[in-house]
Design a protein around this ligand. Structure first.
Ligand code: KDG
Ligand code: MG
Length: 409
């Protein structure tokens, strides 16, 4: 069996997605996701100009060998562009292998370890009543775990708060990318944030009781000692996890956080290889790995990461925002279903327009995701529909402190 085509499809139904379609000489096709929010064309060019020509004539069944070839032969290892491109190839080959075998990918990974994947949804509010309404809406939709993001007095536009007006005058809705031809500038005030957030969690606990799993994303903005302070302040409210409390490029910094708090920590949505996690896992400085199949080189290395993490009782919490396409989401649903150390799956539902381009067999029932039982990944692409939504320039926002200093977003 040989690969005869590798096509890169860039489409923007609501937001930009980069999809690789690999075709074999018997007409079998496989899809992979290389979407890199705000830098989509770089991943598309890497795939189209540098990777696709190397795939022609290769045996699609040799997934590990192809992964190692693309990772090592490029010489310039790692980085989100490279790893998103490799991820797309890896997913497409798993998709093809599943189709050849007539099995969903989770069966090839060892079969189901559970009936479905508990998902958490994104609740948010500019005020407490609005936040409570948002949590209730998510509970009504079946979610059994809720991420809580809140506006903060003194900060005008803050990641994750859907109804909050932003400098462009629009709501923050849906997702932070895709808003204009230059990055939107947001503001940030660490002290205001640290003063406000614990009170919000106290109010949420008082309203919804002690049992509801609550999560919070600090979105890389704190220093280790600030993160330690927040983790400690949130302990009475028993979070499921505190996410990305620091940028974590300095893995050693997490020792300091860990020494001070027992709030569980989740890190790594921007990581792209196991090396980014090495100290964090070996020293048990985190509780959940946040990598996505899309930005981590695909299913093959993500499997290795969670197997490494399992030895330290660290679980998965794969990154599932809308900038991971339905193909990328399916890849991690198959893996999450198969592994033993599944923790939770982030689920930010794709828009209905996105579903006109991607047809996914995945389901969300009673708070649980399932990838479905179609052979392969279970996602198709309507290329005609995709062509109707050409690429649109989009950037993620960035932050400045009130004195003008650029801050981590
Ligand atoms: O592209 C950036 C998003 O993926 C990120 O802001 C989403 O932090 C995020 C999350 O936890 O979903
Ligand atoms: Mg996050």
């Amino acid at each position: 069996m040989k690969i005869v085509r590798a096509d890169t499809i860039v489409a923007s139904p609501t937001r930009n997605f980069v999809t690789l379609k690999v075709t074999t000489d018997d007409g079998t096709t496989g899809l992979g996701d290389a979407t890199l929010n705000g830098r989509e064309l770089a991943a598309a060019a890497y795939l189209q100009d540098h990777v696709a020509p190397l795939l022609i004539g290769k045996d699609p069944q040799r997934i590990e060998d192809t992964w190692q070839f693309l990772y090592r032969s490029g010489y310039w290892r790692r980085g989100p562009v490279t790893m998103a491109a490799i991820a797309a190839v890896d997913m497409a080959l798993w998709d093809i292998k599943g189709k050849i075998a007539g099995l969903p990918v989770y069966q090839l990974l060892g079969g189901a370890s559970r009936t479905g994947l508990r998902a958490y949804g994104h609740a948010s509010g500019a005020t407490l009543p609005e936040l409570f309404d948002s949590i209730r809406t998510h509970l009504d939709r079946g979610y059994t775990a809720i991420r809580v993001q809140t506006a903060v007095p003194g900060i005008t536009a803050l990641y994750g708060v859907a109804s909050q007006p932003q400098p462009s005058g629009e709501r923050y809705d849906y997702e932070p990318g895709g808003r204009g031809s230059v990055p939107v500038e947001e503001d940030w005030d660490t002290d205001a944030y640290l003063r406000h957030v614990p009170g919000v969690f106290e109010a949420v606990r008082n309203e919804f009781g002690p049992a509801l799993p609550l999560l919070h994303d600090a979105h890389h903005r704190l220093t280790p000692i600030q993160a330690a302070k927040l983790g400690k302040a949130l302990e009475p409210y028993n979070l499921f996890w505190l996410e990305d409390c620091t940028p974590a490029e300095n893995q050693d910094g997490l020792r300091l956080v860990r020494q001070h708090t027992v709030t569980p920590l989740a890190i790594g949505e921007v990581f792209n290889t196991v090396w980014d996690y090495q100290t964090l896992i070996r020293e048990q400085l985190i509780d959940y790995v946040r990598a996505s199949a899309t930005h981590f080189g695909g299913i093959t290395p993500l499997r290795k990461l969670v197997d490494y993490a399992a030895q330290y009782q660290i679980k998965s919490g794969f990154h599932g925002p809308t900038d991971v396409s339905p193909v990328g989401l399916a890849a991690q649903l198959h893996l999450g279903l198969a592994i033993h150390n599944f923790g939770i799956q982030e689920y930010m539902e794709h828009s209905s327009l996105t579903h006109t381009v991607f047809q996914s067999a995945a389901t969300f029932v009673d708070g649980q995701l399932h990838p479905g039982d179609q052979p392969g990944l279970g996602v198709g692409i309507d290329e005609e529909a995709a062509a109707a939504f050409p690429y649109q320039r989009a950037y993620l926002p960035y932050s400045r402190l009130h004195d003008g200093t650029v801050h981590d977003w």
